[in-house]
Design a binder for this molecule. Sequence first.
Ligand SMILES: NC(=O)C1=CN([C@@H]2O[C@H](COP(=O)(O)OP(=O)(O)OC[C@H]3O[C@@H](n4cnc5c(N)ncnc54)[C@H](O)[C@@H]3O)[C@@H](O)[C@H]2O)C=CC1
Ligand SMILES: O=C(O)C(=O)Cc1ccc(O)cc1
Length: 363
Amino acid sequence: MTRIAIFGVGLIGGSLALCFKGKPGLTVVGYDVRESSAAKYVERGVVDEMAASLRDAAESADVIFLCVPVGVLDQYVREISELRLKSGCIITDVGSTKSSVARTAAALRFSGATFIGGHPMAGSERSGVEAASSHLFENAFYVLTPEPGAPAEAVDRLSNLLKATKAHIVHVNPDEHDEIVGAISHLPHIIAVALVNQIRGYNETNPLYSVLAAGGFRDITRIASSDPIVWRDILISNREILLKLLQGWNKETHKFIRMLEGKDAEGIQEAFKQAGAFRSQLPERRKGMIHSLYECYVDVPDHPGIIGKIATELGNARINLSNLQIIESREDVPGVLRLSFRTQDDLDQAVEKLSQTGHSVHF
Ligand SMILES: NC(=O)C1=CN([C@@H]2O[C@H](COP(=O)(O)OP(=O)(O)OC[C@H]3O[C@@H](n4cnc5c(N)ncnc54)[C@H](O)[C@@H]3O)[C@@H](O)[C@H]2O)C=CC1
Ligand SMILES: O=C(O)C(=O)Cc1ccc(O)cc1
């Protein structure tokens, strides 16, 4: 039996637990400092057992997953290094930054255990075990950041275990990870929050701002609803890289200021053209930072009942819809529905079914 201990059974810890639970040869033990989190994961039954203490969970584990906010990660790693761990035990984490925890772990001795940093590159703006899903990591990248001297046997064992997530394992150096993920995930979160707060300010004097906020605003700001504690810790942990990235962002916004001041129509057009060309090259259906679910868009002509009709068609074909959102629903323009599914298979079946029945489906 391989005993897996999950510390911090929230969105990511709970999703990992659901991937492992019920697999032959695996037992999943949960531990959370917060009573409210522990009560929720026990109630949802995402783990086989609940540990009474961090020591109990760690000392009996073959693999330990640290799924706590980045700000307390180093402290957990230090605490665990002082325990009598099983020989061959693997300690890994899921933190969104990797340099700090890698440095902390490299300076510690784990007597017979190995630390291997990790970061599943999938998630959502939701948090807590109630948002956990065994499908969360399917098709996403799962970054591992093993030290050059880490035993290959331990890295292979962890990679094999992670097959249960259906994610693609990639090895990246911790500093390079923080630079890239800073740019593609942390900076966008800052921009989304800053943008929402800018509009929130205008809305205080005129509530029409939020009334009229349409699909584009919602699309670009979804991640502004992310957990404040988790993101406070990520940004502080990656602050040096983010300060450089924000200078780059300032340059980009200044380009627009100059183009608008100079009425540079060609420059504006070119900026949209270049951005569109790069964006259209991004992997379409691979899950990752942008798509947290399997999604497609369906054009809906503006007549009553069409939304119900589409939902019924999918229901009759036993295709499970996980979410449905109207992106645009003004009376004078055709609408767009965003349909979300939990698996690639459901999405593929839905696309086939809706295309057969004459709907225009796109991604
Ligand atoms: N949210 C996301 O989409 C992703 C998050 N991550 C990383 O996963 C880790 C966990 O994030 P989530 O699962 O989203 O958060 P969450 O808030 O859903 O879960 C965090 C869990 O850690 C527990 N916890 C333990 N010690 C804590 C302490 N001292 N202070 C606060 N909470 C404590 C909480 O009770 C909670 O159950 C973070 O390090 C984050 O950077 C990685 C990939 C995606
Ligand atoms: O919801 C989204 O698009 C995300 O960006 C999810 C996410 C959040 C944090 C991570 O470290 C990795 C992925």
